[in-house]
Design a protein. Structure first.
Length: 433
């Protein structure tokens, strides 16, 4: 019985076909370091291997020797396709399916595929799936997947820098000037330094060259410089050169030149004040002198002053005065005549508006000011001005002259009466003796 069983097993082994199966070997990329925008050749290597013990006998067909276990009707095709959404979005399969055909047992085959990595591909890992399908020579049926493998590659990119900065500065100002530096390219910038090459009228007060270390892809950092703007700086836009130095992945020192634009503001500091005014009471007209001064570093252009009416006074002279250009640390005065309305006394606001433009800029600036003017009461005014006005003086003179005449006549008559009485007494009394 045992001999019979052994004989059957030997017979089965001798008649058993050794089935073949594709076996994955390796994958290579050209170029080996993939960056955004690259066209990449992907080479997948595999071979036809046996899935069962090879039988050392030579099958025959039509008097021709055939390889052990080989099925001449087997036909292979290979393909690749994106494995995830990121790969679908950023990797374009240009040639994704190849006909392999029939393979002999032990035969090695390398299949090239072509893909394109999008220019805006993010620096990350992308996955493609490789499959080998088994079909027949006539291509019938959808085919059976007999080999599959995930192929991964990294998009590293090169360092690419984007800059942002404070855009507004003021003449005569020392401030912290911030620069935002971002590596948007994906590659690693090692031992990066940033040099701010400011020139007159801009001056870096502290170190101009700052070490920021390694910058990975899609990272950003902020750098502060102590920057001074000369007080004589013209109000306009300036360009500041910036040099970024770093070591790339090959250990080579790289230098990238950038610029940032800043605008020096030239806003004059114009202030209005009531320089002087006449003593006035209700119903009177007087002069008010308005002075404008420029306390800024920049000249004020096309400056004018306007005084507006209120419910407490009326401007009886011209209400608008054009001054023109007012230099830094300079002033100018203008006189206005106003009439105080009846029943007004005490401190009242004088409404003044100053308009001007910046140098090299057509933007109009408006400054409103309420300047205080003191209106005296009638009693205060009369006490301060006891002589009254001209009409009162004429009336006083007109009254005084007749009084003086009458007084003179009365004194003359009195003198005559006294003289007559004295003469009568003298004749009657003293001469008789």
């Amino acid at each position: 019985m045992e001999k019979v069983v052994f004989a059957v097993l030997v017979l089965l082994m001798l008649t058993m076909t050794a089935y073949a199966q594709p076996k994955y070997d390796s994958t290579s990329l050209d170029p080996p370091s993939v960056q955004a925008g690259d066209d990449v050749n992907i080479y997948v290597k595999f071979h036809e291997g046996l899935t069962k013990r090879e039988i050392y006998s030579t099958p025959m067909k039509n008097l021709e020797k055939l390889p052990v276990g080989e099925d001449p009707s087997v036909y292979y095709t290979a393909r690749i396709f994106p494995n995830d959404e990121a790969t679908v979005q950023y990797v374009l399969i240009k040639e994704g399916e190849r006909n392999v055909g029939h393979l002999f047992a032990g035969e090695t085959w390398t299949i090239p595929f072509k893909v394109h990595v999008s220019e805006n591909a993010l620096p990350t890992n992308y996955t493609l799936t490789f499959e080998v399908l088994k079909t027949t020579m006539d291509g019938g049926g959808e085919g059976e997947v007999v080999l599959y493998r995930d192929i991964q590659f990294d998009v590293t990119g090169t360092p690419k820098f984007a800059l942002d900065s404070d855009s507004m500065l003021k003449a005569g100002e020392a401030k912290k000037f911030m620069i935002s530096l971002a590596n948007v390219g994906g590659g690693i910038a090692r031992h990066a330094t940033v040099n701010l090459n400011a020139t007159s009228p801009l001056t870096v007060l502290g170190p101009s060259n700052v070490y920021i270390g390694d910058m990975n892809g899609l990272t950003a950092t902020k750098i502060d410089y102590d920057l001074y703007v000369d007080s004589a700086a013209l109000p306009k836009a300036y360009t500041i050169p910036i040099e970024i130095r770093y070591t790339d992945e090959d250990g080579v020192m790289q230098s990238v030149g950038k610029t940032v634009g800043v605008k020096v503001q030239g806003v004059p500091q114009v202030m209005a004040s009531l320089d002087s005014f006449d003593d006035m009471k209700a119903g009177m007209t007087g002069k008010a002198t308005v002075t404008v001064a420029n306390k800024g570093f920049i000249e004020a252009k096309f400056l004018s002053i306007q005084m507006a009416d209120t419910d407490q006074y009326t401007v009886v002279s011209k209400s608008n005065a054009y001054i023109g250009n007012l230099a830094s640390d300079d002033f100018q005065s203008e006189d206005f005549k106003i009439k105080v309305k009846d029943g007004v006394e005490g401190k009242i606001p004088i409404r003044v508006t100053v308009t001007y433009t910046e140098e090299n800029n057509n933007q109009v600036h408006t400054e409103d000011a309420n300047l205080e003017l003191n209106v005296m009461s009638a009693a205060e005014y009369d006490k301060t001005h006891p002589t009254g006005n001209g009409t009162q003086q004429i009336m006083n003179v007109a009254i005084a002259v007749p009084v003086l005449v009458v007084a003179y006549v009365c004194l003359w008559l009195l003198w005559k009466v006294i003289g007559a009485v004295t003469g009568f007494i003298d004749r009657k009394v003293f001469r008789r003796q």
